[in-house]
Each structure stands twice: as structure tokens, then as C-alpha cells.
Write a protein that binds this ligand. Structure first.
Ligand SMILES: *Cc1c(COP(=O)(O)O)cnc(C)c1O
Length: 386
């Protein structure tokens, strides 16, 4: 937790918990339980057991020699979240929260999902931990992501269509929160990114911080020094906050978040409240959250985690955008040059690294957080390139 966090659950002016009293009670209890278990040796022993044996950690910090040579300038390292079970960083948070759910005596896990990736990660872990699993998903998203719906069902989860509102992610979050208020005695809400009311942003950061805990140790082993920059894509902000966490107090390390230029929440957002917390948010002329669009479904969210909002306003981290063309080019280049097909989300970070690397010298080092693998995106890219 950042040292200038004056009040619990706040990052500067951002964060907090703006929810009805019934829900506040449930969240306060969750916060108490999280704080009780997060530093408990038995809990952490079990967490690390599953991170090793099920997720496949620690994953490598790979020196990308050929792309470093192709771009010129800095040495480029890739933190390989793409090698995790289920193919992305999301499983780190899911395993952590599900172990907490078990400790809290929950028999049933609910989650929201947009494109379906968090739903699949949650359904996967619920299968392994033998928990009932129900996933709220917008009716519109269900139509567009039928394969992920099938994956979740295959894993034993029930997918609940939400047709209220626009039938999108936002509406699925609202329904999941309603469910939690009704069923909190046996139900755990497993939230997928570093967003939402307190304690979710702190909890998700805690479980994703394993990324930078490992990468810091690995880069010190390989290079004997800290990186000059860490670059990550930003949707809600969970892979980025995990990749930044252990460097926030190292002022020599530039922290760079990359967004789609069609969902530039941090670059153009203004302070506002969505989903029960305060963050930078993209608003339309009437002051409502603006519909966003990204070719990377995982980055398609009008708000952003409160800590990123604070890191942006305080100047500790930089946020920038890349275009669809740059993302598609990066997707293809990393595939061809390194034999690694990145997720379209992660390709945003690669695209910005391509611009940064040549401005640095050969003895400088950058780490790209490769949040996920691109198998899920191959068909979409095929259609876009055709
Ligand atoms: C979901 C997802 C993201 C975006 O979510 P964050 O919470 O911003 O990390 C990025 N990359 C991949 C591969 C994803 O699946």
C-alpha cells in the first residue's frame, strides 16, 4: 500500500467506497478478513503452493535478444504472464481470492465478466477448489463471446445473462453486487481487476504484486540493476499495478501504462464515481460514463483503478496511448521475431516499448509485462488483416 495513502482505501483523492449501507457492511467484513489472512503464514504457504503447482510460477523474465537488436537501444525483457495456466495474469488474483473465500467459509463464488477472460479464470479455479460458480455476463457480451461461454460451462460454471441496461460489463457488475448483498452469508464476489469499492483495489493489487516481486528479483540476478522502465497495458489496471508494485518506491524506475487510443481513460479522464469508487473516468457531454471501444476486449472499460488515477495525478507513473495499427504491427512483430504471440492487450505495451527502446542506450533495460498470450486473438487478427 502506498505510503501517502492517508486514509484506508484511498489513494490520494481516489478510491473509497460509495455504496449503499447493506453492501458497505459486507465489504467492511471482507476487508477485515482480507487483512486477517493476507500476512498469515499458513495462508501464504497454501497460496504459494497453488501458484507454483497450478499456475506454474515463477514464470521467466525472458531477455528478448532479437527484438532488442531489431529495435536498437535498450535491452528488452519480457515478464512472461502469458505462460501461466489459462494464459494470462488474471489467474494470480483468482487463486488468491478463492483461497480467501474458502477461509471465509463461502460455498459459492460469483464473478462478473466482459469478454469472458475473468469468467474463464474464475470457473477454472472454482473447478479445482470444488466451489459452485456463477458468472454474470451481459447478454450482448454472451452473443459476442460464445466460445468463452462454452469454456465456462465446460468448467462447470453457470453463466447468467444480464439484459438490463446495455447488457454489457457495467450491468453485469451491478447484478453481481446485488447478488452479493442478498447472499453474502455463503457467497464470495471474486472481482477481476484493480477496480471497484474498497477493499477490492488493494486486494487485487496484493495478489498481482507477485509479478513485480519476481521480476525485481529476476532482473537483479540477470542485470545486477533495476530496470529503467516497466511497461504494462492498462484496462482496469490489475496487471499494470502488479507489474509496478515493487518499483513504486524506486524513483529511478519509470512506470508506464499504455491504453488504447479509443479508451484513453487515464490520458483524458476526469475525476468521477463509477461502480462505487472514485477514479479518473471518461464521461460524455451529459456526464455519464462514455461507451468505449477497443480491439482488445480486456481494455474496454470507461474507468480505471484508483491507484493508477493517483499515480497519474501525482506524476509517479506515466500513461500513454497507442493506435490499433501500432498494436496490430506489434502483435505480428513479436510473433515473427521472438516466436511469442502476445494477447492483443499485451501488444499495447509492446507497441509503446518499440517507440521507447530506440531513445535509450544499450546499457539501459526495459521490462514489458506480457500480460497474456494471443491464442485467443488469432482468429480476430486474421479477420482484421484480411
Ligand atoms: C483482462 C486482461 C487485461 C486487462 O486487465 P487489467 O486489469 O488492466 O490487467 C490485460 N491483458 C490481458 C491478457 C487480459 O486478459
Amino acid at each position: 500500500m502506498s505510503h501517502d495513502q492517508l486514509q484506508e482505501g484511498y489513494f490520494g483523492e481516489f478510491g473509497g467506497s460509495f455504496v449503499p449501507p447493506e453492501l458497505q457492511e459486507v465489504l467492511s467484513y471482507l476487508n477485515e478478513q482480507f487483512k486477517k489472512y493476507k500476512d498469515e503464514p499458513e495462508f501464504n504457504k497454501e497460496l504459494h503452493y497453488y501458484l507454483r503447482e497450478y499456475v506454474g510460477r515463477e514464470n521467466p523474465l525472458t531477455y528478448a535478444q532479437r527484438i532488442s537488436e531489431a529495435w536498437g537501444g535498450a535491452k528488452v525483457y519480457l515478464k512472461r504472464e502469458d505462460l501461466n495456466h489459462t494464459g494470462a495474469h488474471k489467474i494470480n488474483n483468482v487463486v488468491g481470492q478463492i483461497l480467501l473465500a474458502k477461509r471465509m467459509g463461502a460455498k459459492r463464488v460469483i464473478a462478473e465478466t466482459g469478454a469472458g477472460q475473468h469468467g474463464v479464470a474464475t470457473a477454472t479455479a472454482c473447478a479445482m477448489f470444488n466451489m459452485d460458480c456463477e458468472i454474470y455476463m451481459g447478454a450482448e457480451d454472451i452473443r459476442r463471446q460464445s466460445l468463452n461461454v462454452f469454456r465456462m460451462e465446460l468448467l462447470g460454471a453457470k453463466v447468467i445473462p444480464v439484459s438490463k441496461g446495455q447488457g454489457r460489463l457495467k450491468d453485469a457488475v451491478d447484478e453481481a453486487l446485488n447478488d452479493l448483498v442478498q447472499n453474502y452469508k455463503n457467497t464470495f464476489y471474486l472481482l477481476g481487476s484493480a477496480v471497484g469499492p474498497h477493499p477490492f483495489p488493494s486486494m487485487v493489487k496484493h495478489f498481482q504484486s507477485i509479478i513485480s516481486e519476481e521480476s525485481k528479483r529476476q532482473i537483479l540476478e540477470k542485470e545486477g540493476r533495476l530496470p529503467d522502465a516497466v511497461i504494462a497495458c492498462v484496462g482496469g489496471g490489475s496487471n499494470a499495478i502488479g507489474a509496478f508494485a515493487h518499483y513504486i518506491d524506486e524513483p529511478s524506475v519509470r512506470l508506464i501504462g499504455v491504453e488504447p487510443d479509443q479508451a484513453p481513460t487515464l490520458t483524458e479522464g476526469v475525476p468521477g464515481i463509477i461502480h462505487g469508487f472514485k477514479c479518473l473516468v471518461l464521461l460524455d457531454e451529459e456526464g455519464n460514463p462514455k461507451p468505449t471501444y477497443s480491439i482488445a476486449a480486456g481494455l474496454d472499460y470507461p474507468g480505471i483503478g484508483p491507484e493508477h488515477s493517483h499515480l497519474k495525478v501525482s506524476g509517479r507513473a506515466e500513461y500513454t496511448t497507442v493506435s490499433n495499427e501500432e498494436v496490430l504491427a506489434a502483435f505480428q512483430e513479436l510473433s515473427r521475431v521472438e516466436g511469442i504471440i502476445p494477447a492483443l492487450e499485451s501488444a499495447h505495451a509492446v507497441a509503446f516499448a518499440k517507440k521507447l527502446a530506440p531513445t535509450l542506450t544499450n546499457d539501459q533495460v526495459i521490462i514489458i509485462n506480457l500480460s497474456g498470450r494471443g491464442d485467443k486473438d488469432v482468429e480476430q487478427v486474421f479477420d482484421m488483416l484480411k
